[in-house]
Every structure is written in structure tokens, then in C-alpha cells.
Design a protein around this ligand. Structure first.
Ligand code: 5GP
Length: 185
């Protein structure tokens, strides 16, 4: 695929898949004998969740939430709003939030507080990408894939104006494309 806005590849397909395997092994080990409810935040985490789930060796079920996030810009608004809530109760369940990327931490902080209030048996986080440099609020990440630089990344579920979620690797945008994606102030 030709990607005009791509500056360079940050993580190639085999690096990502190897890491997903490591994360799945750790999760499978920790949850042995239990059933896990995987919760993904739409839409970015869908690809990661699909790959992770297929490598887990414990029984799993899926649920999804949609929250407002970046929309068509590359800047976090800091405002989190539920667009779609979970279909099923999580009370008494072992819940693992599957996140594509943690940047400011605002989305995850909100989700953790919300879901904790619904009395799951346990609540943990598995995030493929951690932009530590972008953090505004502290959040626990029990299973972490890669620490990445504080730049706008696209691919493997993450979009640029809803495009490129299907790209199997992760790339960094050209600076001019990053600027073009920011909201006018
Ligand atoms: P946070 O609330 O931690 O700032 O942001 C979490 C959400 O922002 C992610 O789930 C993702 O949708 C979006 N996001 C954060 N950084 C990036 C990035 O570099 N690229 C893309 N495409 N989305 C991002």
C-alpha cells in the first residue's frame, strides 16, 4: 500500500506480532483457571484485541465500549464521553481492558474509575503502546507492549482521519501531515 503521509515505520509487523505473543503468554499465565472478559475501546483497539485474543489460552468473552476521543484531530480534548456502553454486566468478572495506546491517560483513567464502580472481581489493563511522554494523569498498565515516542502514530488499528487502521505495521506521520490533522484554534 502506498501511504503518502508516512514518514517512517516505527514497529514492523513481526515486531508487533512477537510482542502480542509475549503479552498473551503473560495474560494466559496470570489468569490460568479463570475466565476473562476482554473489553476493548472502539475502534482503535479492535485489531490488537483480535490478535491478542486468538493467542490466549484461557476462556475469554468480548465486550466493547465507545468513547469520544480525538475525532478527526491529533490532539486530545481531555473530554471523555460514553458513546456506547458495555452490553453485559461485569460484576464478579475478571475484566481486562485492552487498549491500543495510552497517551494522556485521560481515557483510561475515566474507564478504570467507571468500571471499578461496577464491582468486577478484578480489573487490569493491557496496552500495546505507551506514550509515557504524553501522560497527564497516572494510570496502571499491567501488561505493556512498547514504550513509544510522543509522536502521532498510525496503523495496527490506529487511524489517521479514519484511514490506515488495516495497515499491519505502525508508522509515524510526516510532520506536515501531523500538523494538518490538528484542530484549528
Ligand atoms: P489518551 O486519553 O490516553 O490521551 O488517548 C487515548 C486515545 O487517543 C487512544 O485510544 C487513541 O484513540 C488516541 N490516540 C492517542 N495517541 C494516538 C496516536 O499517536 N495516534 C492515533 N491514531 N491515535 C492516538
Amino acid at each position: 500500500m502506498h501511504i503518502p503521509e508516512m514518514d517512517r515505520i516505527l514497529l514492523d509487523e513481526s515486531e508487533i506480532q512477537a510482542k502480542v505473543g509475549e503479552l498473551a503468554a503473560a495474560v494466559s499465565r496470570d489468569y490460568r483457571g479463570k475466565e476473562v472478559r476482554l473489553i476493548a475501546v472502539l475502534k482503535g483497539a479492535v485489531i490488537f484485541m483480535a490478535d491478542l485474543a486468538r493467542r490466549l489460552e484461557v476462556p475469554v468473552s468480548f465486550d466493547f465500549m465507545a468513547v469520544s476521543s480525538y475525532g478527526h484531530s491529533t490532539q486530545s480534548s481531555g473530554v471523555v464521553r460514553i458513546l456506547k456502553d458495555l452490553d453485559e454486566s461485569i460484576e464478579g468478572r475478571h475484566v481486562l481492558i485492552v487498549e491500543d495506546i495510552v497517551d494522556t491517560g485521560l481515557t483510561l483513567r475515566y474507564l478504570l474509575d467507571l468500571l471499578e464502580g461496577r464491582r468486577p472481581a478484578s480489573l487490569r489493563v493491557c496496552a500495546l503502546l505507551d506514550k509515557v511522554g504524553g501522560r497527564k494523569v497516572a494510570v496502571p498498565i499491567h501488561y505493556r507492549g512498547f514504550e513509544i515516542p510522543n509522536q502521532f502514530v498510525v496503523g495496527y488499528g490506529l487511524d489517521y482521519m479514519e484511514r490506515y487502521r488495516n495497515v499491519p505495521f505502525l508508522f509515524i506521520m510526516k510532520p506536515e501531515a501531523q500538523a494538518a490533522g490538528k484542530p484549528a484554534v
